[in-house]
Design a binder for this molecule. Structure first.
Ligand code: GLN
Length: 315
């Protein structure tokens, strides 16, 4: 049964925690308990499975890039979003600005900081932060999503690098509006607090082509969801995206708060919390759990026996 499989996944992931570390460059994130670990799986046929710390609230961080990109696509349209932001994996750290300066003037993709700050600058004039919070609550099917003020202030007090990126983007004509407002919007979105369960709900919504699995109708356009999932697959794990796609084969987005948003298209949403990170800023135990789950359930999107395994009855 899948409950046993999730217990096994936690057992497989846990030993990796000691090799990782919680993020400290945003000091408030350094207070997280690195031993926390949880995984939640919601299937399209109504299955709800969980093991570990799936109700703990933690900082969404870069997983918010998925939500802001979805909102931007719906509010501004594809051509505007991608006029000055690319669709290529960068191969660099999430907070790098090196390629912005040496190879062209556009951020490589919307899942790294430079691209996400640019996308925030397109989104921010068109929707209030409180409506973005409400949208996040709706997409995660979780009224408990809130702005974590401590995380927000902690990041704003240590925002020099992202501010440098934002002004570099302005100098290159990528950000045309108010830089400080775009930056503030970006940091607020990163400071939302979510649970692994809420991320599983969001994953399931994306796996279901943007239609609310809880009967609330279409929440995101099909075109939006297709673009978002593709960018998650190619760029969602920063400079670890290529290897992760080969080994796991699931559209996934990480955040330095320790969350992983993942999905098996047409099958399930997966949410993970594990704040010990690898060198690239991805949940170290979380990656191993996804690797295990993907191989056990044949979830890799190019696995020829995909859909052949019923997660509820396996084992
Ligand atoms: N708020 C973080 C930052 O901008 C998000 C980074 C992340 O989760 N990788 O640095």
């Amino acid at each position: 049964m899948i409950e046993q499989l999730l217990q096994k996944a936690v057992q497989v992931g846990r030993p990796f925690i000691e090799k990782g570390a919680v993020a400290t460059y945003i000091p408030e994130l350094g207070n997280a308990d690195k031993n926390k670990l949880g995984i939640c799986v919601h299937t399209l046929d109504g299955g709800r499975f969980a093991c570990g710390d799936v109700h703990d609230r933690f900082s969404i961080q870069s997983i918010s890039k998925v939500i802001t990109l979805a909102a931007a696509l719906e509010l501004c349209g594809f051509d505007t979003v991608f006029e000055n932001v690319g669709m290529e994996p960068s191969g660099d750290a999430f907070n790098s600005l090196i390629k912005l300066e040496i190879s062209g003037s556009h951020p490589y993709n919307p899942m790294i900081n430079s691209g996400a700050i640019a996308v925030a600058s397109y989104t921010q004039p068109r929707i209030s932060f409180s409506n973005m919070l409400a949208l996040t609550q709706q997409l995660c099917h979780d009224k408990g999503v809130v702005l974590d003020e401590k995380v927000y202030h902690s990041e704003m007090e240590n925002v020099a690098r992202n501010r440098a990126i934002a002004y570099l983007l302005e100098s290159k004509g990528v950000i045309k509006g108010n830089v400080e407002e775009a930056l503030d919007f970006y940091v607020r979105m990163c400071s939302l607090s979510v649970t692994a369960e809420g991320l599983a709900n969001l994953g399931l919504l994306l796996a279901n082509d943007g239609v609310d699995p809880n009967g609330g109708g279409r929440l995101l356009e099909s075109d939006t969801v297709r673009v978002v999932k593709t960018i998650m697959l190619t760029c969602g794990m920063y400079d670890g995206s290529g290897e992760f796609a080969v080994r796991v084969g699931l559209p996934t987005k990480s955040g330095v708060g320790g969350g992983l948003l993942s999905l098996a298209d047409g099958q399930m949403g997966i949410g993970i919390y594990g704040p010990a990170l690898d060198i690239k800023g991805n949940s170290i135990a979380g990656e191993q759990m996804l690797r295990f789950l993907s191989s056990q359930l044949h979830l890799h999107m190019f696995d020829s026996s995909r859909f052949a395994v019923d997660p509820k009855t396996m084992l």
